[in-house]
Ligand binder design. Sequence first.
Ligand SMILES: Cc1cc2nc3c(=O)[nH]c(=O)nc-3n(C[C@H](O)[C@H](O)[C@H](O)COP(=O)(O)OP(=O)(O)OC[C@H]3O[C@@H](n4cnc5c(N)ncnc54)[C@H](O)[C@@H]3O)c2cc1C
Length: 219
Amino acid sequence: MSPAYQPTPRTTPSRYRERAHYDRETVHRILDEALFCHLGYVRDGGPVVLPTMHVRCGETVYIHGSTGSGPMLGAKPAGLPVCVTATVVDGLVLARSAMHHSLNYRSVVVMGSARVVDDDAEKLPALQALLDHIRPGRAADCRTPNTRELAAAAVLALELVEVSAKVRHGGPVDDPEDRALPHWAGVIPLTVTAGTPQPADDLDPATPLPDYLTAARRP
Ligand SMILES: Cc1cc2nc3c(=O)[nH]c(=O)nc-3n(C[C@H](O)[C@H](O)[C@H](O)COP(=O)(O)OP(=O)(O)OC[C@H]3O[C@@H](n4cnc5c(N)ncnc54)[C@H](O)[C@@H]3O)c2cc1C
């Protein structure tokens, strides 16, 4: 397998092309770190973009939904044309001039035709992977879905073929004539961290907190 995805006209940014990446390692790392994605598709002739959970398994991205939701109802046997975006924000970029403020980020855009996963032999592992994407170890530490729950859950699968990543890092880029201005400039790093676990109101107080839930940062 090639170490990189093949750029296409629609996965090539018009601006800041040097920030675009197509290597699988960069793409995989962003998809694995992003907690959720945005799923874009056309419903009743207009665009809809919905946040939802995803997980990457090899070269397939699984996207979670419910059988009554728009993307699943709109999906045809031939597949549903979609655009999926996953983003990690790494910092606030504060410049001396208003127009050079920015964000440091890593993002992935995947385009293609998503298929509905209707075989339980694929759906159940995909749902378990979705749980482990939220918190590694969780899928083995909860009740498995029953037949009714499995039927109500919907999963879309999208192959990683037409893919781009874009990465911005580093400090603000002010115009030379602005560098002597008295405004603070620099980067405020951002990370997603898990807070202290809060037990459910109805949790048996004797239930121990598992080790895998105590790490502060999402891996
Ligand atoms: C958190 C965040 C905040 C941003 N804020 C701004 C902002 O305020 N203003 C702004 O102009 N831009 C912002 N961007 C960048 C924005 O996503 C576009 O990359 C940018 O607008 C340039 O678009 P373009 O016209 O070159 O892309 P287009 O030419 O429209 O894109 C062509 C193709 O390039 C690829 N591509 C473009 N952007 C991305 C991306 N971000 N990630 C992966 N693939 C991509 C896609 O495959 C896309 O189909 C932000 C990005 C992120 C992740």
